[in-house]
Design a protein around this ligand. Structure first.
Ligand code: IPE
Ligand code: MG
Length: 221
């Protein structure tokens, strides 16, 4: 979800207002995802690298996320959304961690859409964490294969990514789901996240399905 800061700057607003607008926008995008029949969505909200931002912005982001959880979770729950957290909980404010945990508990039996919140997430950190757990459990090295390793990632039990969308024009993966994006289709748009709406999502999905059709022709599917 990139481009909140630039969206605000172009309007002469403080960056945090851009983050607020971006968070508001996630509701709209999630609704559109539901309408398009998407079953699993992962939002990259805060990376392990984002700690390098000014303290005021980091704290502001945490506050915005707390507000968003308070405001959105009841409706997400009513709509059958199951929340999962991808990332480390260390260093995050206790209050935020508690809110995330409560939301996960509340929604754990929902099955219409899985919403992964990648928050204090890093793809390398995830692989390191998986490795630590595999070693701590004394798994026989010979038993470690890709399937087993996947089960130790934060995304345990979820399939690989189909489509990766990056807004704000950057062309980098930025440490996002490194393992799970091995075969993902990559889509990038210059549109800033607060402006990424249903029509933009549809464009991304069309691009994805056209590539898949082409691939199907090539491999004779
Ligand atoms: C949102 O956009 C990303 C978050 C960490 C929430 P940015 O804050 O990276 O916005 P730009 O790139 O400065 O426009
Ligand atoms: Mg950015």
């Amino acid at each position: 979800m990139d481009g909140n800061g630039r969206w605000a700057k172009e309007r002469g607003l403080p960056r945090l207002l851009g983050h607020r607008a971006g968070t508001e926008n996630t509701r709209r995008v999630l609704r559109a995802c539901g309408e398009f029949g998407i079953e699993i969505v992962t939002l990259y909200g805060f990376s392990t690298e984002n700690w390098q931002r000014p303290k005021g912005e980091v704290e502001g982001l945490f506050g915005i996320f707390e507000d968003a959880i308070d405001r959105e979770v009841p409706e997400l729950h009513r709509n059958g959304v199951r929340l999962r957290h991808l990332g480390r909980t260390d260093k995050l404010p206790d209050r935020l961690v508690k809110k995330i945990e409560d939301a996960m508990k509340l929604t754990k039996d929902n099955d219409r859409l899985i919403l992964n919140l990648a928050f204090n997430y890093g793809g390398r950190a995830e692989i390191v964490d998986a490795t630590r757990r595999i070693i701590a459990e004394g798994i026989d090295p010979a038993a470690i294969d890709e399937e087993l390793f996947s089960r130790y990632l934060y995304t345990a039990g979820l399939p690989d990514l189909d489509l990766f969308i990056r807004t704000g024009g950057e062309m980098r993966l930025s440490n996002f789901l490194l393992w799970q994006t091995a075969y993902a289709e990559y889509y990038t748009t210059p549109t800033y996240w607060p402006d990424f709406d249903k029509a933009e999502l549809e464009k991304a999905l069309l691009a994805y399905s056209q590539r898949k059709l082409k691939l199907g022709e090539l491999i004779g599917e």
